[in-house]
Design a protein around this ligand. Structure first.
Ligand code: PGA
Length: 252
């Protein structure tokens, strides 16, 4: 059985390195000895090198990277830079990056460069609004097809999908998705993936849920929703709550 992947996406938090170190240490300490869950913390890029130097064992990933290897791209971080820090994973296509201008085509270019360098990729997808007729699945399909266009079948082992409906993300979210709906969407995602790669490879791609995950609803998504993992935003900034999510997931 594959390990569940629980990701903490810190976004543009916290405000200082000392606090970042404190959060990371507490998470590393609290999740020590966890067997069935892979924990991944994704801090702002500015803190990556310092947190990696702590060598605490808990995996660290990046929140984004550019699609060019180097050059005149002010403010950006490239995949080779992440590789140089020995980071294993990068989140790509997060809805907040998409809102800042990342199209599916841009996300596609980023995925290609990241996987070519051997990084694992967590591709975020999700509709802006949910309708009652299932049209949102069209958005999911388009995002998958365009973001993963031209990715060699044998590279799908480096890809995880995080389904994060935009309306469920952040402090202004109406609510999280329901585990039942997520379960259906997950199967749909697998179906689309099986057309882009082989059926076996598609079945092996982890599909995470993200959007207002907290310590109360986390287990429902893993159990009833059959999520292969979770992408946690706000709640990952509370080490106590994040650790609780990881520990409870380990007991499933
Ligand atoms: P949230 O964010 O858990 O704060 O809703 C999730 C995300 O954007 O990854």
């Amino acid at each position: 059985m594959n390990k569940k992947l629980i990701v903490g996406n810190w976004k543009m938090n916290p405000l200082g390195l000392d606090e970042a170190k404190r959060l990371y240490k507490q998470i590393a300490l609290g999740t020590k000895g966890i067997k069935k869950v892979e924990t991944l913390v994704c801090p702002p890029s500015l803190y990556l090198a310092d947190l990696m130097k702590l060598r605490l064992g808990t995996k660290i990933g990046a929140q984004d990277c550019h699609f060019e290897l180097s050059g005149a791209f002010t403010g950006s971080v490239s995949a080779p830079m992440l590789k140089d820090l020995k980071l294993p994973v990068v989140i790509l296509g997060h809805s907040e990056r998409r809102a800042a201008g990342d199209t599916d085509e841009v996300v596609n270019k980023k995925i290609k460069v990241a996987i070519k360098l051997g990084l694992k990729v967590i591709l975020c997808i999700g509709e802006k609004e949910r309708d009652d007729h299932g049209h949102y699945l069209e958005t999911v399909k388009m995002q998958l097809e365009k973001s993963l266009a031209g990715i060699p079948k044998k590279m799908f082992g480096q890809v995880s999908i995080a389904y994060e409906p935009v309306w469920a993300i952040g402090a202004n979210a109406k609510a999280a998705d329901t585990p039942e709906d997520f379960q259906h969407t997950r199967l749909y995602i697998k179906k689309i993936l099986s057309k882009l790669t082989t059926k076996e490879a598609a079945l092996a791609v982890p599909v995470l849920y993200g959007g207002s995950v907290n310590r109360k609803n986390a287990l429902e998504f893993l159990a009833q929703g059959e999520a292969d993992g979770l992408l946690v935003g706000r709640e990952s900034l509370s080490p106590q709550n994040f650790v609780e999510i990881v520990k409870n997931s380990d007991r499933l």
